[in-house]
Write a protein that binds this ligand. Structure first.
Ligand code: SOE
Length: 382
């Protein structure tokens, strides 16, 4: 990318990045910004300019360890800086909309961790801001779209490898809250997280339905459950006000039916997003705990073939290692950063965009509404 204000042929200055939030996702995104140019040399260079967090000592330590030039505690002041080009929002969900709207208003390119926001109304505001004339590039961090096996699954569905998809089975199961003694966090409060596992893991699963099928969910039936109503807080037990587990039946515009189960109390399941697509002429199965493998069955007879998704012609693999070398969960964030930087450099749209986040949020809100109505079918508005 050449800097329009510079003379012809002057190499553009690197794009300066600010990440807002420095815990789990801030760390995953920092790793991606630090590595992206090594594996995707065609994208613009980035300057890891500033890491932002409320706790001054904590963010300074993290900035030093992750490789940031600066640490700061005031995200509004950072967003106002002219020397910041990209704002990457890795805060708890209740701050996503406020920070991303401010960044877009300041003319920045914006990447937001999933889910886009905690409500449909906030997502609608974000879509309006991101599609306003002159807005910077806006991307949503559904990083599993950058798992090579899932990107390959989407290609196989598109080319009709399993015929017409009839049904999808999805589960996203973890167990870090299975122990009643697991402490209270922002993820367990409605005012900061919006929903519990439904928004945390269910958003990934619903986005995969939209991504793999190329269409949206139009109606749902759902049920939520909170198994552990209180968790230990710093000064005693605190109320949990979100779901521990959720179940839903989703229907798409073309009539595909998907069953969804998400839980953060599924003892023994560490990070198991399982996606199964059943078509008129075959099936495809994936498990995030074996993320370099795709089980593909073509035709209605015979056994499924396990495809090890490590060949250079598989999606995203050419950027990484020779055939046969497997990738990990963290690689998806680097590929995500590369796709975002490429879109910034070319001034092109990038998926998933904020409209994709709104489509997911409508499904989550419909599952909540269905639960409130005893499992009645609810249209999503997509
Ligand atoms: C929840 O435990 C979580 O960290 C999600 O918030 C992430 O989106 C997922 O990638 C891993 O699990």
């Amino acid at each position: 990318m050449t800097d329009p204000s510079a003379g012809a042929g002057t190499p553009a200055r690197p794009l300066a990045v600010a990440v807002i939030g420095y815990s789990f996702m801030g760390k995953a995104h920092s790793n991606a910004w630090r590595n992206v140019r090594a594996f995707y040399p065609e994208v613009p260079a980035v300057q890891m300019q500033v890491l932002v967090g409320r706790d001054g000592a904590g963010v300074r330590e993290a900035a030093d360890r992750y490789g940031w030039a600066e640490a700061a505690t005031d995200w509004r002041q950072v967003i106002a800086r002219d020397d910041v080009d990209i704002v990457d929002v890795c805060t708890p969900g209740h701050l996503h909309a406020e920070v991303a709207l401010a960044a877009l208003a300041a003319g920045k390119h914006v990447l937001v961790e999933k889910p886009l926001a905690n409500s449909v109304a906030e997502c609608e505001d974000l879509v309006a801001a991101a599609t306003a004339p002159g807005a910077g590039r806006a991307m949503l961090g559904f990083n599993y779209r950058r798992v090579p096996a899932l990107a390959l699954a989407r290609d196989l569905v598109r080319e009709g490898r399993i015929g017409q998809v009839r049904a999808v089975r999805l589960s996203y199961l973890q167990d870090w809250l299975a122990d009643d003694r697991a402490p209270m966090t922002w993820r367990l409060r409605k005012e900061t997280a919006g929903t519990g596992v439904l928004g945390d893991l269910g958003s990934h699963a619903v986005d995969q339905v939209h991504y793999l099928l190329g269409e949206t969910v139009t109606s749902v039936r759902g049920e939520l459950r909170t198994f552990v109503p209180q968790r230990p807080g710093p000064s005693g037990p605190e109320e949990v006000t979100v779901d521990d587990a959720a179940w839903a039946t989703l229907q798409t515009a073309s009539g595909v039916v998907a069953s969804l189960e998400v839980s953060r109390v599924a003892t023994g399941r560490k990070n198991s997003l399982q996606v199964e697509l059943y078509g008129t002429d075959g099936s495809i199965r994936f498990d995030l705990e074996r993320l370099n493998e795709l089980r593909v069955l073509s035709g209605t007879g015979g056994g499924a073939e396990t495809v090890l998704v490590t060949e250079p012609d598989h999606p995203y693999l050419a950027a990484w290692w020779p055939a046969g070398h497997v990738l990990g969960w963290d690689h998806t964030f680097t590929s995500q950063a590369a796709d975002f930087l490429r879109a910034v450099d070319r001034g092109e749209p990038v998926q998933p965009d904020f409209a994709a986040g709104l489509a997911v949020q409508r499904v989550l809100a419909a599952v909540e509404a269905s639960h409130a109505r005893g499992g009645a079918r609810v249209d999503t508005g997509n």
